[in-house]
Write a protein that binds this ligand. Sequence first.
Ligand code: PMP
Length: 363
Amino acid sequence: MENRVFNFSAGPAVLPEDVLLEVKEDLLNYKGKGMSVMEMSHRSKDYQAIFNDTVARVKKVFGLDEDYEVLFLGGGASTQFLMTALNFCSDDKEANYVLTGSWAKKAYTEAKKAGKKAHIAATSDDRNFNYLPKDLAFSPNPAFLHITTNNTIYGTQFKKYPEVPNNIPLFADMSSDIMSKPIDVKKFALIYAGAQKNIGPAGVTMVLIRKDIMDRLQPDLPTMLSYKTHIEKDSMFNTPPTFPIYIVGLVMKWIEKKGGLEAIAKINEEKASLIYDTIDNSGGYYKGTVEKEDRSLMNVTFRLPNEELEAKFISEAAADKMSGLKGHRSVGGCRASIYNAFPMEGTRKLAEFMKEFQKNNPA
Ligand code: PMP
């Protein structure tokens, strides 16, 4: 659509235009029901159908079988930092973390705040998180190993997931790369993701739990913080984020139409390489901030020769309808977030803009 900008925001982020148009079409009167999805009781037959369809599509797109529970919860991925630790750490079992950036650190800190034993199995903070640590050292009795598959702020992404012994459940915060490529889901005992980057709007967090770890759930937790509550009531213990869940369903339909995760992954690779190639061919004008082998296909982080040029770059890009290129406030620089719904055309435009900018603004 003509007056829309290319939105490089790290999240909430761009949604597929087809999805927005469908939402618009059905906003006031959903499929002749005489009301908006927003206005439906979460216990109504009509909404239940939307909910069930969303769960079914998530399973189909992501390749989940009956071994997984699919939950849609409020509270953001940040609440999952706490819930994972509360629900799976017992007095003699420690939460293990791979610290690869700010979000991973928050997950670790939250476990400690909850009074749980938390152990750092690996960290890359020795080099300001510009790579992914490969060697792990577990605590004596791990409750789980927690990784952040894509580090939204630093711009790293696991291409190969850590190998863990069978008895240690692997947990993952996939907030910023969920469904960006096909993965072997079975490796993961628990996956969570805030929807607002790759699969929908802010307000809903998807949690996938492999059923074989349910016997490890801790009893007697506060109701809303217990996975048991939400599993037993199929995410309907209280009012779930009904409208965001409906949009997640539409995004799943869009992924299916695109050809599924294989097709999405190919497009994502092509989009990212347009920008990384521009960085690598700039003679050092643009500098990637992380080790090449660990580069994220979702969040491309880079620097310019100085902060003045960075500010100019970001503001000239914004004037040319490319918004959200400022790096996270904790690290500075530039960041192009190019999730599933970000159009190829926008990455081409950015690559061209980068080349022009370099020509016009020598270091
Ligand atoms: N984990 C990752 C990897 C993130 O990128 C974010 C948000 N940017 C969060 C967790 C926190 O998510 P929320 O804001 O939904 O709590």
